[in-house]
Write a protein that binds this ligand. Structure first.
Ligand code: F6P
Length: 336
């Protein structure tokens, strides 16, 4: 799994591991937790849950997770450990306190389940404490470098698709254009995927200059041919959604309505895909952590296979949007 030089000289047989979920929740986080609990129970290791993200580490807010069952955790979303973003978790004295608390309770290795911000915190914590850490990537935005997919992305896509199907019904009835905003803090992975899978006419994402004139022209042409309704997907990270809707209304003469899908995309029972990814990532993370990696690691999916990479590389890297996918969307749309 790891190169010999990546493993501590003397592997300590860890008896107590910690889990923390400091980022935005995503469907499948609990499935990953359940998997780790199950595997560790088989090997008589103790798992300590850290409540409220890194805040629980600083406040010594721990939970023993004894009564939790794998079957139940597989199907529920959110995070049973709760989450809280903690901006001060980079200050030396805060990190030192967290390191002391880890030591006091005897946690020998840590699994950090989250996204970019969680992983930055993990690296800082490792620097002051030296504790072995493995990250599991979860976010509905799917924007983490080093993994083709993150836990929760598939469920969020399906939730958005279900909502768009419903919006389509009213778009058809009223011959309207709908501008639908999907989540994605500053990236367009969710928007692009949902656009292709829903058969939407266009997608507007932060990574690509929006061809607004072209979209408006295409929509007008389509309407002249009797194709009166349309769905335009806009990623949350595109800040001028309202202006875009107004522009399209002015240019096409159609009624343009906006719909923000929002936080429903973060909830709901995880899909098979999100659950399986959670199980496979958690399994690998558990195995890697037991080898006491000297540098923090992240598990991920590359070329369809689960693998590991340095967490530092993940945090420094930038995941490119798939331009071929974007081109494919344009070929499929009836407005280009
Ligand atoms: O990172 C996941 C995400 O849901 C983004 O899509 C969104 O911009 C952000 O989190 C919202 O964060 P918060 O929960 O802090 O409002």
């Amino acid at each position: 799994m790891l190169d010999k030089k990546e493993i501590a000289h003397t592997i300590i047989i860890m008896k107590k591991l910690g889990i923390v979920t400091p980022g935005g929740d995503a469907p499948g986080i609990n499935a990953a937790i359940g998997t780790i609990l199950c595997l560790s129970r088989n090997e008589k290791k103790e798992i300590i849950g850290i409540n409220d993200g890194y805040k629980g580490l600083v406040k010594s807010d721990f939970t023993d997770m004894k009564g939790l069952s794998y079957e139940w955790l597989m199907g529920v979303s959110g995070t049973i450990l709760h989450s809280e973003r903690m901006s001060s978790f980079k200050e030396k004295k805060v990190l030192k306190k967290a390191a002391r608390n880890l030591d006091n309770i005897g946690i020998e290795g840590l699994i950090v389940i989250g996204g970019d911000g969680s992983f930055r915190g993990a690296l800082d914590l490792h620097r002051v404490s030296g504790i072995p850490i493995v990250g599991i990537p979860t976010t509905i935005d799917n924007d983490i470098y080093g993994t083709e997919e993150t836990i929760g992305f598939d469920t969020a896509c399906n939730t958005a698709l279900e909502a768009i199907n419903k919006i389509k019904d009213t778009a058809v009835s009223f011959e309207r254009i709908f501008v639908v905003e999907v989540m994605g803090r500053d990236r367009g992975f969710l928007a692009l995927e949902v656009c292709i899978a829903s058969g939407a006419e266009a997608v507007i994402i932060p990574e690509i200059e929006p061809p607004l004139e072209e979209i408006a022209k295409g929509l007008k042409k389509a309407r002249a041919k009797g194709e009166m309704n349309a769905i335009i997907i806009v990623a949350e990270g595109v800040s001028n959604r309202r202006k875009i809707a107004q522009f399209l209304e002015d240019k096409t003469g159609a009624t343009v309505r906006e719909s923000i899908l929002g936080y429903i995309q973060r909830g709901g029972s995880p899909t098979r895909r999100s659950r399986m990814l959670a199980v496979e990532f958690a399994n690998l993370a558990y195995e890697v952590l037991k080898e006491s990696p000297t540098r923090p690691k992240m598990v991920g999916l590359q070329n369809g296979e689960t693998t590991t990479m340095d967490l530092e590389k993940t945090v420094e890297g930038y995941k490119e949007i798939d331009l071929d996918k974007y081109k494919l969307h344009r070929s499929l749309s009836n407005i280009y």
